[in-house]
Design a protein around this ligand. Sequence first.
Ligand code: PLP
Length: 442
Amino acid sequence: MTPSKPNLSEHWKELLAFDQQHIWHPYAKMPADTPAIGVASTQGSVITLADGTELVDGMSSWWAALHGYNHPKIQQAMHEQIDIMPHIMFGGLTHEPAIELSKRLVKLTPEGLDKVFLVDSGSVAMEVAIKMALQYWVSKDQPNKNRLLTVRNGYHGDTFATMAVCDPVNGMHSLFSEILTQHYFAPEPEMGFDIESDNQDINSLKTMLEEHHNNIAAVTIEPIVQGAGGMRFYRPDYLKQLRQLCDEYGVLLIADEIATGFGRTGKLFACEWAGITPDIMTLGKTLTGGHISLAATLATTDVSDTISSNVGDLNPGLLMHGPTFMGNPLACAAAIANIDVLMNSPWQDNIQRIEEHFTETLLPLKELEGVADARVLGAIGVIELERSDLGPQVQAKGIENGIWLRPFGRLVYTMPAYNISQSNLSKLTSMLTCTLGTVIAK
Ligand SMILES: *Cc1c(COP(=O)(O)O)cnc(C)c1O
């Protein structure tokens, strides 16, 4: 796995040496302290490394690969589309893949989300969502409603507008404090999907809305699961109350379903746990089943009508966004195939199967010395360690044990493909247990 590994060809040694010296990886040094691990190919829930090692994939490439890698139906749709038209500008032109995809999104997402904006990545989908919210209030002659309210421990992306609503402590606020827009942060929702809560969390948020709603355009939140900001689960009732408060105080609700969208929590969209429709919703990661980058921002007709009305000096009456690769047909074709594969699969049964297996195998790890918490929801398993420096060792030991994990901070977590075989699922959890046992005992 490193250039010194005996099974690595000279060709790969040379590639990885170049990589280390010249190519940035996510949140990495240049040159990197340790070289990245070469991947030769993928298939289903198996990743084959450059040295021939096969790993059972515990990460789905950061939530994305819902049905495993190289899904034949998604690949076929992409092959067909690439011969017809891989790309065409979206300004003034349209095409069947964008229309067919948008039909599905309008039909499947919570009732009322009828307008679709197609972009290239999750962060940009959130940028568009924020822009929609700000333009909404300009159109209503309330340009002072130009701040956001969010909760702590959130994650919404790496661009400047989205960084400003990521958790102020584990995000990048101190690094960019001078230039990030100052928003309002309510305490994070209390941990726990099934808990009886005293509602202190939502009451603090209410107090902030009461005080500042004249300056607040929207609340942004990840429904039910806070992902990269801490892998925390919270109760549906919080979301339900939040929807009511947004209505009461005249503030839009932006639900970021980039990680949770398309089934991961056990519902098609996490908002369904609370039976709510947000005013704006973002999708990304999971949209093409991990085959190619695509994201979307959906909005209600109230949002789109308002933005398009009341044209004046301040207000152009147009949504002011239009990326070059908007609505890319190749990505849309992959997304259509992904959604059709999902809807024609027993995905609820699969999620339940994974949830039951994680409950049986991962929750008991709570008792291990060095483990602070273990939690499971849908096809997501999280083990929170007491120490925050063991991630690299867990990753390396995992590879020795034949599984791919990418912990961050204290969090060792896994969200496999929905259709992972029972034997690969068992290998994933038994080797994860074994890996933690060895790393923590050291
Ligand atoms: C990953 C993620 C994003 C950012 O998406 P990118 O495609 O990485 O820009 C935003 N919100 C949530 C909840 C995410 O998980």
